[in-house]
Design a protein around this ligand. Structure first.
Ligand SMILES: [Zn+2]
Length: 332
């Protein structure tokens, strides 16, 4: 290597030799990807353009979830407003940005919803729309905002929504609680500079306690999916981490999706995703941004994760399977 460059000043490559050369395949630069879980309709126009510019080909925007910031008890009509608002804006979002966007319709258990049976009766009609690609986001939640929801009622709600997904032949996108035990998250401390626009003083007592709340919720969701008769390959466990990976990938045929746009909150990095793929394979792993206007996130994190997975030794075929092939078959 030394002597190859006509420079007087030594350059890195000449000094370090060829060991440090990083030569990613061109396919990685132009690889399309699919985000099966976000709330991009709550972001700005510029954020949605970033999705298109960085290669997003398709996305599913969850029409009702934490971003709604419920500072009051929530009624069925409040949730329906969010579904309708997302539906109403979808055509223009699709026209302005060169990706295919569809919706997830669901009742999140992030806060108790009054008269929820009205929504459960309406959901099948929403799920029959061409614009709707998933039931979501749903999922057992450990502690609600503003108004608590007892575990027995949450379970019934989940079972009903899994049945609706089964009957509509749609995948279900299932939220799992953030595991914040022992995680130092300065941004969530009130009085600091929060990265999350959520009034934590309105958080209710948890309905799941003790060790490993995330895993407890995951196991409940899996059992309820079985009770409802929803096939495993129509269920996505979102906000995955290394702790729930063995349960999901060894004992079920469900998908496990990793949220990559806010590691400051969830503590999950591309290195963790790579480790799970190396141990359990890439057949049922997904990546999602879950980006939403409520918290500090990064649309480019999806594309960045693809590069980082390559740096962690995964082949471009494996990365494409996770970023594109798996979500494609989930949504087809
Ligand atoms: Zn979400």
């Amino acid at each position: 290597m030394t002597g190859r460059y006509p420079t007087k000043r030594p350059i890195d490559a000449a000094v370090a030799g060829s060991d440090t050369e990083f030569d990613p395949p061109a396919e990685l630069l132009s690889m399309p990807w699919i985000d099966i879980h976000n709330h991009a309709h709550t972001l700005s126009w510029g954020d949605r353009e970033k999705f298109a510019l960085s290669g997003c080909e398709q996305m599913v925007m969850m029409a009702a979830a934490y971003y709604w910031l419920p500072y009051k008890p929530v009624a069925a009509d409040d949730v329906r407003f969010l579904w309708d608002d997302a539906l109403n804006r979808l055509a223009q979002i699709r026209q302005s940005h060169l990706f295919d966007a569809k919706l997830g319709i669901g009742i999140h258990t992030g806060t108790r919803v009054k008269d929820v049976s009205e929504l459960l009766d309406l959901m099948p009609d929403y799920c029959a729309l061409d614009e709707v690609a998933a039931v979501g986001e749903i999922g057992i939640t450990a502690s609600q905002h503003v108004d608590g929801w007892r575990l027995a009622e949450q379970k019934e709600m989940m079972r009903r929504q899994f049945e609706i997904a089964r009957d509509a032949n749609l995948p279900a996108i299932v939220h799992t609680p953030a595991d914040l035990d022992g995680v130092d998250i300065p941004d969530r401390v009130r009085g600091g500079l929060p990265g999350y626009e959520l009034d934590l003083s309105m958080q209710q007592d948890p309905v799941l306690t003790g060790e490993n709340v995330k895993l407890q919720a995951t196991e409940l969701d899996i059992a309820l999916k079985d009770e409802a008769g929803l096939p495993d390959d129509q269920m996505v466990i979102s906000h995955g981490d290394q702790q729930i990976a063995p349960t999901v990938l060894e004992t079920t045929d469900c998908y496990l999706s990793f949220t990559v746009s806010y590691p400051w909150l969830l503590g999950v990095t591309a290195e963790d995703v790579a480790a799970v793929i190396k141990e359990y394979g890439s057949e049922r792993v997904l990546i999602e941004t879950d980006s939403a206007g409520i918290l500090r996130g990064d649309v480019f994190s999806f594309k960045r994760t693809l590069f980082e997975l390559y740096r962690h030794g995964l082949s471009e075929e494996t990365i494409k399977q996770v970023a594109y092939d798996n979500p494609k078959s989930l949504l087809s």
